[in-house]
Write a new protein. Structure first.
Length: 215
């Protein structure tokens, strides 16, 4: 596979041995390439600006800038880059802050290597890495918050794109969305890609948050 066709990954972790292990695992994948490594949050943002990765795998507890602030900064510069957080925390408040910062999802740090690789591919294709129960809780919390119509870019979705987004907000998989709308899974993925481009986001979760915030 040509290097330009590979998923460009930036690793951000202040533990060198962890980065080395993760880099070796990612580099073994025929469809992935580690383009840069950062040892703190500030460096992660700067390297993201330079290398424009498709996916950033970011550790929570980094010096100089934490994962939430680093994610906010990255998403300002590169709205279509997917940020995947590795964390030891699973509290609703923390997860909500991560998602509102623009993260595509999170994995607990005891995750197996093959699960991390699968998650990188998933967030790159626009999927969200969240527990279904977490997604429901986050959406319920957002529904109870005041709507901010002026927040985020202004975009007009087609009627079919709105149907797809509403089903995605309910946690319906691409396959089930396709079945409900009597279209192919590829067509659903195309609709989602168009939604992401219009809303300047990189994942289903970001698109759902955008929709909820704007009513």
């Amino acid at each position: 596979m040509e290097s330009e066709d590979k998923i460009k990954v930036l690793l951000a972790d202040d533990h060198v041995i962890v980065r080395e292990g993760t880099r070796e695992m990612v580099q073994r994948q025929p469809d992935m390439q580690v383009v840069a490594e950062a040892s703190d949050g500030v460096e992660a943002v700067e390297l993201a600006r330079v290398y424009r990765p498709d996916v950033i795998v970011m550790d929570i507890a980094m010096p100089n800038m934490n994962d939430i602030e680093a994610t906010k900064q990255v998403k300002k510069i590169l709205p279509t880059t997917a940020v995947l957080i590795l964390t030891a925390y699973d509290s609703d408040q923390y997860i909500m802050a991560l998602l509102e910062a623009g993260a595509a999802g999170y994995l607990l740090k005891n995750v197996r290597g093959n699960q991390l690789i699968d998650a990188i591919r998933a967030v790159h294709s626009g999927e969200s890495i969240l527990q279904p129960s977490t997604t429901r809780r986050v959406i319920d919390q957002l529904k109870s918050k005041p709507i901010k119509p002026d927040e985020g870019p202004s975009a007009t979705l087609t009627e079919r794109e709105m149907e797809v987004l509403k089903l995605a907000a309910k946690g319906v998989s691409n396959k089930d969305i396709a079945d409900q709308l009597f279209v192919s899974s590829r067509t659903v993925q195309t609709h989602l890609s168009n939604i992401f481009k219009k809303l300047e986001v990189a994942s289903r979760t970001e698109a759902i948050l955008y929709g909820l915030k704007r009513g």
